[in-house]
Design a protein around this ligand. Structure first.
Ligand SMILES: Cc1cc2nc3c(=O)[nH]c(=O)nc-3n(C[C@H](O)[C@H](O)[C@H](O)COP(=O)(O)OP(=O)(O)OC[C@H]3O[C@@H](n4cnc5c(N)ncnc54)[C@H](O)[C@@H]3O)c2cc1C
Length: 404
């Protein structure tokens, strides 16, 4: 594996670095500094999406015909690393990384023309309707009913844990079009639903990381006799499982090490500023330093695993079950980062709910970085659950890597 970039790649790296630095304006930086999860508010998210779209960089995996930049695997990797290095907002994956590739691979020409440009330009917000109250890891047990009514389906049921449904214009859903089949995967279809359709309601889910007025993230979506034209079905009826699995390949492909390394630098800065409670600085505490160093060693090992996978991709190989290893290790490290930040800010992490101070004239105690420490700690419990829980990833590793 050759770790040195070519001259042209280094020039590309400089170009990416300069553009990201320019468009990440002060307002976005301020919002990000208080973010619990890498997202900012909808206005900021759309602004960031459009800044990347304007440059032609918002959909690195799309074909050039539909706006993709035509990058090599090395350029895609550099782009990911530079975003992580600067700590830019997460581009909402539901449009460009999830439903976009499905429409590109399985949609009709009309569907491509209708849906792809607004996804690319950030003019519509998408959300993902896979999980249901009784169907998460065992997704094929989903029940949401889509009755065939000739030219349309009639949807009844509910989707849960739907990220940013409160902002969404459209939702892509897995629905049950045949409940009589012996193999449950065979009776599922993949449909695109306008969130403004009569019969849809969105109920926020309150989580441990703060009040819903403040960066609400997940929801339950209810469908009560919702009409969906058949032209909004992707591919064939009852074959939705194939498209659903294709989408998951994109959902799970992540680069973790660069952002974890950036977070480690931040923890070192916080520990240098905070007291150890015994008259010194936290960074002088050998026990705390050990924890940071251990995490840094593991993040470096992770970086090499990511580079190995990236080298295989550059050589034209498909990503394999290695992505499950990355998901497990990466998500666990993200959680440890949030634990160390919380430990470092100490008591200043406690008063994390803005409402607590609504009745006080006093400013919030502690430094600015203490504000999101506890919300991030609670929020990041999600990383080992979503996009296929870590237990499920370990099952995949056991079967496909270890042959158990
Ligand atoms: C913050 C957040 C955002 C999400 N956003 C979305 C979204 O936008 N759209 C969407 O559709 N879904 C979303 N999800 C749902 C997510 O995909 C599911 O939570 C996940 O698939 C797990 O399903 P479940 O919650 O039903 O847990 P379950 O499947 O009920 O699992 C419960 C526990 O049992 C374990 N378990 C289950 N089966 C096995 C097994 N075979 N072997 C070993 N252990 C097992 C699991 O690992 C877990 O620990 C989101 C979840 C979270 C937390």
């Amino acid at each position: 594996m050759d770790l040195a970039f070519e001259q042209a790649d280094l020039a590309f790296q400089q170009e990416v670095r300069a553009y990201l630095d320019e468009v990440l304006d002060d307002e976005l930086r301020r919002k990000l500094s208080q973010s619990k999860n890498g997202y900012v508010d909808k206005e900021g998210q759309v602004k960031w999406h459009k800044a990347l779209a304007k440059k032609g960089w918002v959909a690195p995996h799309w074909p050039e015909e539909w706006g993709g930049p035509g990058w090599t695997a090395t350029q895609k990797y550099i782009f990911d690393v530079e975003n992580a290095r600067l700590g830019t907002p997460i581009v909402s994956p539901m449009g460009v990384r999830m439903v976009g590739p499905v429409i590109l691979a399985f949609g009709t020409d009309e569907q491509k023309k209708k849906f792809l440009p607004p996804i690319y330009n950030g003019d519509v917000w998408w959300c993902q309707g896979y999980s249901e109250p009784g169907a998460g890891s065992d997704l094929a047990s989903l029940q949401m009913k889509a009755e065939d009514k000739g030219d349309h389906y009639l949807l009844n049921g509910t989707k849960i844990w739907t990220t940013h449904a409160q902002w969404a214009d459209w939702i892509f859903c897995l629905v049950r079009t045949d409940a009589t089949v012996a193999k449950r995967q065979n009776g599922i279809s993949f449909v695109l639903v306008d969130m403004h359709s009569p019969g849809i309601s969105v109920k926020p889910i309150v989580t441990l990381d703060g009040p819903i007025e403040n960066e609400q993230e997940i929801n339950q979506v209810f469908f009560d006799d919702v009409k969906v034209p058949k032209e909004n079905r992707i591919g064939e009826q009852d074959k939705g499982w194939t498209y659903a699995k294709y989408l998951l390949e994109f959902e799970r492909g992540n680069t973790y090490a660069p952002s974890i390394k950036r977070a480690i630098k931040k923890i070192r800065r916080i520990a240098a500023a905070e007291s150890d409670g015994c008259g010194g600085q936290l960074i002088e505490d050998a026990g705390f330093r050990d924890k940071i160093n251990q995490l840094e060693i593991e993040a470096t090992a992770m970086e090499f695993t990511e580079l190995r996978i990236f080298a295989a991709l550059s050589a034209g190989q498909a990503p394999g079950p290695e992505s499950s290893i990355l998901k497990c290790r990466g998500s666990e490290m993200q959680q440890r980062v949030s634990e160390l930040v919380l430990e470092a800010v100490g008591v200043y992490g406690h008063p994390f709910i803005a409402d607590t101070f609504a009745i006080s004239n006093e400013p919030r105690p502690g430094s600015d970085y203490a504000g999101p420490a506890a919300p991030a700690y609670f929020n990041y419990r999600k990383t080992s659950i979503y996009a296929g829980s870590n237990e499920i990833q370990r099952n995949i590793i056991a079967k496909l890597v270890l042959g158990l």
